[in-house]
Write a protein that binds this ligand. Structure first.
Ligand code: GLY
Length: 386
């Protein structure tokens, strides 16, 4: 565990953000009327239809570029993509998932917050309405995958913590407390079951038919008892986001224990291997997206921390971002490229259930969270899309 990395300065962060904006601009012709795939292939993103859990991240990058520059080309592309998300929820395209927050917060909530687009607001509210249909009263959780009620999928996953802000936002804009109540019921169940005593997390958690907890497992980590690096990052950022909206002290405590586990399993350059079972000396691939997500969590947590802790969190985030910008960022804009190299989407092992895809590639969420973290440094008053 090294803490020798020089923290990124404001000037370096501004330059790194500028570089990401140049990449977004060069990509606009490719991914305005089609979506960007979840991960790259040989570091270039294929296009795809708006039918994946990841399609909200690219519009999120566009909105971040628009916020920083005010340029109409970004607004126009962001609004075009909003229409694709309106179509997706209205026509119920691949929405049997809890990932509606990942899809609708950085695309439609962002568009509504930045431009007042009422169609974006209505689409995001419809997405929130659909998300709460996935809530199981028995067991008090939001079902992650599959059709609601499908016995094979009586489970939730740690990633869902990033879908909860859509529900907090829906309560804020409608005045209906039910969305936030469901979010809090879900995180209560998640905190009880997904977080192990040492602060590490289970990726997946299965429930019994009567709503009692069954067992933790993994789909995307190395094995059921290992430490999937992105899951740990979702746990870190997700718990502090729920703290932001509720001020429940236990969420902040969870952030802290999950963070300590993460920090104690990092390699020298503070960018984890795809599973934190692996460390320096391993030839396993990294997951740069995990570091970008955690940097966002640290910069959010800093707002609610004591001055000493706030300084520590900020330094850690700046160190991670220095490492990412120096050694993981795409060196110069290329049409179709992402922002961060060396992410890992799914790596199949003998002990997990995922299908290999996007190994040592750019990932759309890694790109987005890298830009978000840089934005947070450059503009500490940044108003979240989450
Ligand atoms: N939410 C799925 C993933 O992080 O890969």
């Amino acid at each position: 565990m090294a803490r020798n990395l020089t923290p990124i300065t404001d000037k370096e962060a501004a330059a790194a953000l500028q570089k990401t904006i140049a990449q977004v601009e060069i990509n606009l012709p490719l991914y305005t009327h089609q979506c960007q795939n979840n991960s790259s292939v040989n570091n270039i993103y294929p296009t795809c239809a708006n039918n994946k859990w990841t399609t909200g991240f690219w519009p999120g990058e566009i909105w971040l570029a628009f916020e920083r520059t005010g340029r109409p080309c970004f607004e126009a592309a962001g609004q075009t993509l909003v229409e694709s998300f309106v179509d997706r929820i209205e026509n119920r395209i691949e929405i049997d998932t809890h990932d509606l927050g990942f899809m609708y917060s950085p695309s439609c909530v962002a568009a509504y917050k930045l431009t007042g687009n009422e169609r974006a607001k209505a689409a995001a509210l419809k997405a929130a309405d659909h998300l709460i249909t996935r809530f199981h009263e028995k067991g008090q959780f939001l079902q992650a995958w599959g059709k609601t009620g499908d016995a094979e999928y009586r489970l939730f996953i740690i990633d869902c913590l990033l879908n909860l802000p859509l529900l907090y936002w829906a309560s804020e804009v409608t005045g209906d407390a039910n969305y936030a109540k469901i979010a809090q019921s879900h995180i209560t169940t998640c905190l009880k079951n997904s977080f192990r005593a040492d602060g590490s997390v289970h990726h997946t958690f299965f429930m019994h038919p009567d709503g009692t907890p069954s067992h933790g497992a993994t789909c995307q980590g190395y094995s059921d008892d290992s430490f999937w690096a992105r899951g740990q990052a979702w746990g870190i950022y997700g718990s502090i986001l729920s703290y932001r909206y509720t001020k429940e002290e236990k969420y902040q405590k969870t952030f802290e224990t999950a963070l300590r586990f993460y920090l104690s399993h990092l390699p020298e350059d503070m960018v984890p291997f795809w599973d934190m079972l692996f460390t320096d000396g391993s030839d396993e691939p990294r997951d740069s997206s995990s570091a970008a997500i955690v940097a966002c969590g640290l910069l959010e947590a800093k707002k609610y921390a004591t001055p000493e802790k706030a300084a520590e969190y900020e330094t850690l985030a700046r160190q991670m971002l220095q490492s990412l910008s120096k050694n993981y960022a795409v060196p110069a804009p290329v049409p179709g490229a992402g922002q961060l190299l060396h992410g890992t989407y799914n790596k199949h092992t003998l002990y997990n259930t995922c299908v290999s895809e996007g190994i040592d590639e750019c990932t759309s969420w890694g790109d987005y969270y890298y830009m978000e973290a840089l934005t947070r440094l450059v503009n500490p008053a940044w108003n979240l899309y989450w």
